[in-house]
Design a protein around this ligand. Structure first.
Ligand SMILES: NC(=O)c1ccc[n+]([C@@H]2O[C@H](COP(=O)([O-])OP(=O)(O)OC[C@H]3O[C@@H](n4cnc5c(N)ncnc54)[C@H](O)[C@@H]3O)[C@@H](O)[C@H]2O)c1
Length: 372
């Protein structure tokens, strides 16, 4: 008897995702993920939602982010370790799974490190496209690390940004961003301070990493009508905005119970009013009330954005023939006889005898394509 075909899992490695993004194009990936997020946020009530489970340590946090609708379940594993770059590791690393709700079978397993940067940027720019004043073209980008170029390109494509005012406490980070974004149609202006970057900006994105309650933006820096996209305050004890900046603004969040624990919102009393952004997309809330109002998108990253990104990756990988089928949980010929699997010959995902050792070189993986 062969293994049940529905127990097989499609695997997308980090190099597969790089290949997918190169082939499909980064702007198309950002736009595609933004479309999925918008579509899924509009059906918000259909999802079983919870705040993520976080395991904190002195150096960072490791989180699990589950969500499900009636047919698909997803989770993301993600860390946040601001000191990692000193030892050659990224601050954020992630992978995720899509599973069938009907059977529990994991159908898709993918890297989500690069994908997290894409989905975070897509989410930020989607929010700004609805909340920022129309016609704004200047964005301050404070924190020029791993996420920053993705934010820049998403705001260029989805929110009309044409000029970036850049600041990072590490000038090498700004130099890296400027080198990476040469020729991308954006005017790049390095600034000597956060205040200089913010002055005259229509949109302000803060995407810094510091395991501390930092104050990147103070009330004195905020001008009428600004939209603030606060990305880096995403964990207890880790904030970027002075509480008075929130007090003077209309604040929008992803999933309120999670944002109250993790967002800049953690500094505010429990009755401080916020709006979940899905309500704006669904037409239940008007969003910005006036041209002079200051709006804040207090981003922390919600599981639904990763669900949207995973379904985008799965469908795009299938269309491009990228990835491979792996034997993650399948391969038991008789599901009631797990013990018996130890006795017979080892089988691969198709239920046929497996090679004694299975080479994992790129060439070997290419021989076992995803197609179909
Ligand atoms: N909200 C979300 O959905 C989401 C998703 C991904 C990452 N994040 C967060 O975004 C932040 C940035 O992530 P990353 O991967 O780019 O990290 P990174 O470490 O690659 O870059 C962070 C940059 O911030 C700079 N920085 C730190 N303190 C600063 C300050 N006071 N002023 C100006 N610059 C400062 C650092 O020098 C560094 O260049 C992290 O805090 C991460 O947890 C949030």
């Amino acid at each position: 008897m062969s293994a049940h075909p529905h127990a097989t899992t499609v695997f997308l490695s980090a190099s597969d995702v790089i290949r997918l993004v190169r082939q499909h194009g980064l702007p198309a990936c950002i736009a595609g993920v933004a479309q999925r997020i918008e579509r899924d946020f509009r059906r918000w009530p259909l999802f079983v939602k919870s705040a993520r489970i976080a395991s904190h340590s002195e150096t960072g946090v490791i989180e699990l982010m589950p969500i499900a609708d009636a047919s698909e379940f997803s989770f993301k594993y993600v860390n946040g370790h601001p000191g990692n770059t000193r030892s050659g590791l990224p601050t954020v690393m992630a992978f995720g799974v899509l599973a069938d709700v009907a059977t529990g079978a994991p159908r898709f397993l993918s890297e989500l490190t690069l994908t997290t940067a894409i989905r975070t940027a897509a989410m930020s720019a989607l929010a700004a496209s609805r909340l920022a004043r129309p016609g704004g073209t200047r964005m301050a980008l404070i924190g020029n690390g791993a996420q920053s170029e993705f934010q820049a390109l998403a705001f260029r494509d989805l929110a009309g940004v044409r000029e970036l005012r850049l600041f990072d406490i590490d000038p090498r980070a700004t130099a890296k961003l400027m080198s990476n974004l040469q020729g991308e149609g954006l005017v790049l202006r390095p600034c000597a301070s956060a205040g200089e970057a913010v002055h005259g900006a229509d949109i302000v994105t803060t995407v810094t990493a510091d395991k501390a309650c930092a104050t990147i933006l103070t009330p004195a820096m905020i001008e009428a009508g600004m939209h603030i996209n606060a990305v880096g305050g995403d964990s207890p004890g880790k904030t970027e905005l002075h509480p008075d900046v929130l007090r003077a603004a209309a604040v929008f969040v992803e999933f309120e119970p999670q944002s109250r624990i993790e967002g800049d919102l953690q500094q505010m009393p429990a009755d401080f009013a916020v709006t979940e952004f899905w309500q704006v997309l669904a037409g239940a809330h008007p969003g910005r009330a006036s041209a002079a109002q200051v709006t804040v998108f207090d981003s922390v990253g919600f599981a639904l954005e990763d669900y949207s990104a995973l379904t985008f990756l799965r469908d795009t990988a299938l269309a491009l023939g990228i990835g491979e089928r792996i034997d993650l949980v399948g391969g038991v010929p008789d599901p009631k006889n797990l013990f018996g699997a130890l006795r017979g010959p080892a089988t691969n995902v198709a239920g046929s005898p497996r090679q004694a050792s299975r080479p994992a070189t790129p060439a070997a993986l290419a021989r076992e394509p995803l197609a179909g």
